[in-house]
Design a protein around this ligand. Sequence first.
Ligand code: UDP
Ligand code: MG
Length: 311
Amino acid sequence: MALLSIVLPSYNEEGNIKNTAEVLSSLLKKNNIEYELVFVDDGSVDGTYELINEAAAKDPNVKGISFSRNFGKEASIFAGLSVATGDAVIVMDCDLQHPAEIIPEMYSLWQQGYEVVEGIKSSRGKEGLFHKMAAGIFYSVMSGLIKMDMKSTSDYKLLDRKVVNVLLSLPEKRTFFRALSFWVGFKTAKVDYEVQERKYGKTKWNFTSLMRYAINNATSFSTLPLQIVTFLGWLLLIFSLILGVQTLVKYFCGTAAEGFPTVILLVLLIGGIIMISLGIIGHYLARIYEEVKGRPKYIIRTHTDNIKGNL
Ligand code: UDP
Ligand code: MG
C-alpha cells in the first residue's frame, strides 16, 4: 500500500503539535490511508521539539527533526521533504490553518494519477485590509514575473515522489517552494479550501518579514528588476537629449540656460537613479554570493529515534 507523508514545519508551535498529530492521525486512520507525520522543528525556543518527541514515542507514525536554529519555513519544508519516505508527500502548516479535511480528496486525486495537487485558497481567511492589499500586489507582480498564475496559491500541496525528488535535486539554496512546484510542471490538479483560523499560538509574520519574503522571492525568480536599470538609463538618456537641445538652442539664441536649480535637480535625479540601480545590482550580487558560498539550507541538531541513518 502507498505511504503518504505529511510534512509540518513548526516554529514555536508548542500549543499545536499534540492536537495536530491527533487530528491528522485519526483522520488518516479513518480513511485507511497509510501515513507518516514529519514534524520539522525550525529552531523553536519553546517546547515544540519535546512535544514532537512525546508524540513520536506514543505513535510510531510520528517523526520529527529539529534544527540548530531558526532557518525559516522554506528550509523546514525542504528538510521535511528530504526526510519524508512516502510515495506522496503533503506539505501543510502545523497550525491546521490548512484544513485537514481535504487531505482525502488530495489523496484520491493523486491515486487518479495527478502528480501535483495544489491547495487553492478560496478565501484568504481573517487578514487585515493592509495585509490583503499587500498580498494582492505581491501575487500579481509575482504572477507576471514568473508567468504563472500564483494568486490564491499556498504552501498546502500534495507532491508525488517523482516531484519531490526533482525538487530535492535542485541545487539552489534559496528556494521559493510555492513557485517551484509550478515551475517543475507535472500533471497538476487543484483543490479549493477555506483558510481556517489559527487555534493556538500566533502568526510568525510581521510587516518587515513579509516584505523581505516578497522581495527575496521576486528576485529569486526573475531578473526583471535588473532590466529596469537599463530602462531607467534609456529614460535618462532621452531626457538628457531633450534638455541638451533646449540648452544649446537657448545658448545660441543668446539667452543662457537658467543655471543653478536645473543643475541641482539633475544631480539629485541622476544620483538617485544611480543609487537605486546600484542597490538592485547589489541585491543580485548578494544573492549570487550566498549561492556561491554553498552553505546548507539548514542544520539538523537532532531527530526522533524512529528516523534511521545519518541526516
Ligand atoms: N514556520 C516555520 N518557520 C518560521 C516561521 C513559520 O516553520 O520561521 C511555520 C509555522 O510553524 C507554521 C507555518 O510555518 O506551521 C506558517 O506560519 P504562520 O502560521 O505563522 O503563518 P500564517 O499562517 O500566519 O501565514
Ligand atoms: Mg498559520
